[in-house]
Design a protein around this ligand. Structure first.
Ligand SMILES: NC(=O)c1ccc[n+]([C@@H]2O[C@H](COP(=O)([O-])OP(=O)(O)OC[C@H]3O[C@@H](n4cnc5c(N)ncnc54)[C@H](OP(=O)(O)O)[C@@H]3O)[C@@H](O)[C@H]2O)c1
Length: 306
């Protein structure tokens, strides 16, 4: 399955940063439903303009009645950053189980997890069976624990309902949209500090939205019972220090790095299982980040010119 065509697809968290390019692409050839709380009316209108059917869903207290009764595929790209553990566990984990129960007859369910579920271990490239931990506690109190809990709910629901499921642990997404690297770019342009952990380079495996969009049908095709868990990451391991230096070079500004224990630890990943299942991501980080700068700041003459 290279791409999806003529399918009924529900994307939960449809207004999010990762979902944006995904729903726009899928809506070209499929019946796509986008669900979220729609805190932003403008975001909802933009989706509808792109041909996406929208329905309000609050995973804190889900009411599935506005959603289609049946779909072929469900892609869960929602995440709640609620500061209370009981709220975050309910929205991200417990009620994911209700969503999977509701769509138990779907052909496949893609649950987007995070490489922020791994126990921090310096520059070690994380494998899927490496220890889990409270990786993001320094900045996002409930994130890692509720993402780990969500994986368990997805695994159990897959077995309970015989629902083919894939749990894709996403690394740092970026593209021609607001994301962590683009926030770094804005800091560099504004001369503001970028906070990183002291003592070692902060390494990640960033993945471009072109690869995310292209690989979603491949991930759905790899869904299974019991669920498959796989890292979802780009082709290069690169440090934030290196990508900031590169971005700074493109725009002719020196990044300001501030070292603090309150920053996130490194999470680079081993992509062997991913490459075996769905093949490699293709967009190399320098190409992707150069495109990101050109898209978000067309007024800047990049250095050196292409
Ligand atoms: N961004 C990253 O750097 C990163 C890195 C690794 C993994 N991930 C994973 O990638 C996925 C997408 O992340 P993202 O960065 O695109 O997130 P995002 O930009 O924060 O978007 C989150 C989406 O979830 C929706 N949402 C939030 N609370 C909800 C609730 N209670 N009920 C229903 N919908 C709710 C939001 O819309 P409303 O607010 O309108 O409801 C929005 O559509 C998540 O699973 C995340 O853990 C992201």
């Amino acid at each position: 399955m290279d791409d999806l065509d003529g399918q009924r697809i529900l994307v939960v968290g449809a207004t999010g940063m990762v979902a944006g390019p995904v729903v726009r692409h899928l809506a070209q050839h499929n019946e796509v439903w986008g669900a979220a709380r729609f805190k932003s009316r403008r975001a909802r209108a933009a989706l509808e303009d792109a041909g996406v059917r929208t329905a309000v869903l609050d995973l804190a207290e889900p009411d599935f009645s506005p959603l289609p009764a049946e779909v072929d595929y469900v892609i869960n790209l929602a995440v709640s950053h609620a500061p209370s553990f009981s709220d975050a566990l309910a929205s991200n984990a417990e009620n994911l189980g209700l969503l999977m129960a509701h769509y138990r007859d779907a052909r496949a369910f893609l649950h987007c997890s995070s490489t922020g579920v791994y126990q921090a271990n310096g520059a070690h490239p994380m494998r899927e069976d490496d220890p889990l931990g409270d990786n993001h506690r320094a900045m996002l109190t409930t994130y890692s624990i509720s993402k780990i809990a969500a994986e368990v709910v997805a695994r159990l629901s897959s077995r309970l309902y015989g629902l083919p499921t894939i749990i894709a642990r996403l690394n740092v997404p970026y593209g021609d949209c607001v994301a962590w690297p683009s926030m770094h770019l804005e800091c560099i342009l504004a001369g503001q500090p970028i906070q990183l952990i002291p003592g070692e380079p902060s390494v990640y495996s960033p993945i471009h939205s072109d690869d995310i969009v292209r690989q979603i049908p491949l991930l759905l095709a790899a869904a299974s019972v019991p669920a498959t868990t796989v890292n979802w990451a780009g082709p290069d391991v690169v440090s934030v220090q290196d990508w900031c230096a590169y971005l700074g070079g493109l725009v002719g500004k020196e990044p300001v790095i501030e070292y603090t224990d309150a920053a996130l630890p490194s999470v680079a990943v081993d992509v062997a299982r991913m490459e075996e299942l769905i093949g490699p991501a293709r967009v190399r980080w320098q190409d992707g980040m150069r495109r990101m700068v050109a898209a978000s700041h067309p007024e800047i003459d990049l250095v050196p010119a292409p």
